[in-house]
Design a protein around this ligand. Sequence first.
Ligand code: 11G
Length: 662
Amino acid sequence: MESACYIQSHPYAGNLQGADIYRTSTLSSPAAPRTPKPDMTRAPQQPTCKIITDPCTGRTYSKGRLLGKGGFARCYEMTEISTNKIYAVKVIPHSRVAKPHQREKIVNEIELHRDLSHKHVVKFSHYFEDAENIYIFLEICSRKSLAHIWKARHTLLEPEVRYYLKQIISGLKYLHLKGILHRDLKLGNFFINENMELKVGDFGLAARLEPLEQRKKTICGTPNYLAPEVLYRQGHGPESDVWSLGCVMYTLLCGTPPFETSDLKETYRCIKQVKFTLPACLSSAARHLIVGILKRSPSERLTLDQILEHEFFTKGYTPDKLPPSSCVMVPDLHPPNPARSLFTKVAKSLFGKNKSKAKKAPSEEKEEISKLVTGLVKTSICRQLSYKTVDGNEVAPVAGLALTASSSPVEALTEEASGKSVSRSIRGSLVGSSDAFEDCVTASGVMETALDVLKNCLSSMPKEEGKPTCLARHEPFVWVSKWVDYSNKYGFGYQLSNRSIGVLFNNGTHMVLPANHRNVHYNLTNSRHFVFPTSAVPEQLQGQMSILQYFASYMEKNLMKGGDLPCQEEGTKPLLLLLQWVKTEHALLMLFNNGTLQVNFYNDHTKLILCKPQDSYLLTYINRDRNSQTFLLSSLAETGCSADMLHRLKYAVKLLQQKAAC
Ligand code: 11G
């Protein structure tokens, strides 16, 4: 398909190294003195340089991480050294655009994009070339694109779709008014910036709008979103962009493109016949709008203004802003209404962040709060995201209905993992792979041992309360300082006292980000262990990586610190993995692959930690005042302990017995 794409010639074609290009590269209004034009005869290939200098202005840029590849370009984050401004930069080696029609494409892209200025169109900053490459500096969009959001979410809520579509339509109306057709509207070309604002980008296939008879009849764009008239070689008009927009809307709402089949010819046949199905879950307004857009004849298709006037937009709620978390999980969106503000208010008052100014009669308020507490308490046990901090603060739950484990992109990998293809498919960026836990510590093994040890201790303890001496010094051990249970959707996230972050996903896989964030550890259910540099996590794991990062930032922002240890160099100790967690009405029990058992009691935030850092078992009790005392288990067995601690020890044993019996 790509090779069939020939864009019309332009006066600048073949002149990318010429004077015009240098003159026009002053879009960034350089203050730096102009440097002489470089000798454009190709220099021998230089080693990849981290500092890039604009030979025309003398401005310097430091080349950052690779953002990805697209067309002829490798794209990097680059920072202008004097201003610290960050750009997304397309770096196109001259060698990749040696043929005239290839250069024409780049020139066309620059020429069409450079003068555009709109809130919902990627800002073109400037460009230049050196001996090796052409550099196109664009607005950075830190949240990547709708394609990434779609990958993590698969389907979006109708209010989210309205939110994004309105911005696409706004950008697209501007382009069409300027006489520019995008011709490649797809999820990957809708970039999302830090503020969750959408920007239409990638003008690699864009063209000026020509009268019908003068239009190029060749096929451009991504096959799935091609309009019937483009397939029939009748040329691409504004209506063809509208068709693609309809496909985008369908994909976001239904999870797959409307004409997707396993065979390209079949896809084209479906497009020509406008053969697609509308899932029952769509609202009638959404169906009606899709049908109005995906019309065979361009003249029958709704226009951009008609789309905006459709009841899908006029009757449905569109949020002003989406939370960044919606990139990976279903947001809790509600049109402003009294019930919602009650929830927010009560949750805030419960969890100590009540800044609400609205006043209510005290009796009325109390009544409403008590209702909600019951609801929260009930749901927090098994369904809602509930989390507590080591110091006893409990924070309001983040509501959400995010993706199920089966829609996670990693599912395929996990399934494949039983065969050999997985290691092939993720080997590219692998740092290491091993069967790290060949001696296979199982949760039930850890549970049985802990049960034995604790039961023995309890049975030898004297009947009366004792005052055991706690250890002044002991071997360091690692314990869970923060946790987030989002197992109704993703899994269980935790932060360890050594500041590494882990997620035990619902599908049984495990991801751990050690404190230095250098590598990511990934464990399959079959206990195979992979290590990747954080910057090169394979595509298949990006969804889980986003969730891990979300958990990490969530715990960092919302949960109080609790006794973190100094950062440990990665690799000095075997990786600590949570094997199993169990929540009861009163406590959370966690079992680790090094044999550690931790029990957190919800009501007073006390904790018991049983571990064996060296030869002897240690038992740590963190009391309700957050005082931590560590004892040799053997000395507890001899001396006995406080009633408080004994009570909790007995509860832990009962819990382990119950679990072991299951
Ligand atoms: O056009 C882009 N923008 C605006 C962008 C492209 C290319 C620089 N990309 C990605 C990089 C890899 C593939 C597409 C961007 N990435 C991040 N911010 C902006």
